[in-house]
Structure formats: structure tokens, C-alpha cells
Design a protein around this ligand. Structure first.
Ligand code: HEC
Length: 103
């Protein structure tokens, strides 16, 4: 390999590596930006508790009543996987968040 092609190659890898790293940083910062009120505390609880096993569902996906039923099913999924149950405070925040943004 000639020296100039080596240089070209290595700057290309460097560039792609830094783009990749930047992509990851953006990903972790904004990965839930699609959610309504994503910066609020309630959204934080929702993201953490409802994104532990699968991607975080958008609240507009279901009606408030349907979310209430889903929460019961997810309580069972938590039990099956030996996850600690939601605390009352967490449940209230999640329900309020879903109520406010449901379909
Ligand atoms: C312990 C793991 C776990 C946690 C935590 C969890 N889920 Fe799930 N969730 C599952 C599994 C497994 C499925 C797929 C099987 C099913 O539908 O029950 C699922 C499916 C779903 C579905 C799709 C159901 C359907 O019929 O299409 C929704 C919506 C959902 N979860 C919402 C939530 C919400 C909201 C929370 C937070 C309160 C939550 N999940 C937390 C395990 C979990």
C-alpha cells in the first residue's frame, strides 16, 4: 500500500469512528425525544419502568382505559421475571403520564 492510500484509509476510519461515536451520543441523549413531555419526571419514570423489557410504547398508541388494562398485564410480566413490583408512587406517575397523553 502506498503511503497516501494508507493515510486516506486511516482518516476515513477515524472519520467513520467519530461519526459512529457521535451517533451513539445523540442516540442516548435523544432516543426518547419522540415521547410527549419527554423531559418531565413522570416521563422519566415511564421510560425507565416501561422500557426495561421492550422499547417504550408511545402513549398515543392506546386509550387511557386500555393503558389501565395493560398495566395489570405488565404487573404479571414483572412478577414472572422477578422484577420488583411498581411502587404506588411509580404507578401513579405512570398512570398520570399515560392519562395525559393517551389516544
Ligand atoms: C418485566 C418485563 C416488562 C416490563 C417491565 C414491562 N413490560 Fe410491557 N411487555 C412485556 C412482555 C413480555 C410483552 C409481550 C407479551 C405481552 O403482550 O404480554 C409486553 C408487551 C407490552 C405491550 C404490547 C401489548 C400488546 O397487546 O400489544 C405494551 C403496550 C406494553 N407491554 C406496555 C408496557 C408498559 C406501559 C409498561 C410499564 C408500566 C411495561 N410494558 C413494562 C414485558 C414487560
Amino acid at each position: 500500500m502506498k503511503i497516501d492510500s494508507i493515510l486516506k484509509y486511516s482518516s476515513f476510519t477515524l472519520l467513520s469512528a467519530s461519526l459512529l461515536l457521535m451517533g451513539c451520543a445523540l442516540e442516548t441523549e435523544n432516543s426518547h425525544a419522540y415521547l410527549p413531555d419527554a423531559q418531565t419526571e413522570a416521563a422519566g419514570v415511564y421510560i425507565k419502568q416501561c422500557g426495561a423489557c421492550h422499547s417504550v410504547p408511545h402513549p398515543k398508541r392506546l386509550s387511557a382505559t386500555a393503558w389501565k388494562n395493560i398495566l395489570v398485564v405488565m404487573d404479571k410480566r414483572r412478577q414472572e421475571r422477578k422484577y420488583p413490583p411498581l411502587t404506588e408512587a411509580q404507578r401513579k406517575k405512570i398512570m398520570r403520564y399515560l392519562d395525559a397523553h393517551a389516544r
